[in-house]
Design a protein around this ligand. Sequence first.
Ligand code: APR
Length: 312
Amino acid sequence: MAARNKIALIGAGQIGGTMALLCLQRQLGDVVLVDIMEGVAKGKALDLQETRGVLKADASVSGGGVADYTVIKDADVCIVTAGVPRKPGMSRDDLLKVNLEAITRVATGIKQHAPNAFVIVVTNPLDSMVYAMYKVTGFARNKVVGMAGVLDTARFQYFVGDAAGVAPQDVNALVLGGHGDDMVPLLRYSSINGAPLTKFLDRAKLDAIVERTRKGGGEIVALLGTGSAFYAPAISAVTMAESYLNDSKRVLPCSCLLDGQYGVSGLFVGVPAVIGKAGVERIVEVDLDDAERAMLARSVESVRKSVAETNL
Ligand code: APR
């Protein structure tokens, strides 16, 4: 019998705990939760173990603290949410200093104990935190990726579906750029199962949806009052892990290290990518018109500034 996959979730907070449940329900593999608050990781792991009889899940969940990274030994996938989320009024960039410290520690642990893992970073500010993960681990570019585009696209799908009165799953969308308020939803490449969006919604409505998508994270932060979104981020990251573990080769928008694609090199920026057993197997490039190129350039500039602040 083939050994089960091992999935290390580093950060056992709102997103980490939700991902653990999703991994268990989807039978993706054994899960290890790691958190600076050891009791939280152990408590959530025990709570999840206690679901297994009802779920009829073979895979197990365990928890541990950051003092002993050996618990992630030889993990196939590491999904990192360690750090702090936004408070109302904060931008993702306001988190940089404190979360960089967390990512640097986590990256050191992953490098030492799970050198062959596919690493998915969720911690914000996303595009610079995934850059830091790449730099500190020294892993190959195809093995380190950031989760943002699946979430941004999912938000866009929901807003369009809701406004047009159609199922969100029939909305096909493409969002490029950094995971910030200047991300670039590409209306030209979006459709409702092939039918142009403009058949369903006028331009003003679509522009309002683009704006709402850009600020989608902040809308939830303001409503929650404490913490940030976690259900949609969790399912987005687990979907990326699943495509890697099952070699599904799904085309998912992810923050990837670019090497000339879209005219950008040396930065992690959101682009459509094929995720399979080799990790990021291919980056898909689509043609952009002048306006789209200008929007992407603005977004890339924000990423560049954020990365510069890491001093890496
Ligand atoms: N190592 C391990 N865990 C850490 C570390 C560290 N160095 N620093 C913080 N943590 C843990 C916290 O103890 C907490 O349990 O990370 C967890 C983060 O969980 P939450 O505060 O609930 O935040 P969450 O909503 O899960 O978001 C995590 O993802 O989307 C981003 O902006 C979000 O940066 C935030 C991250």
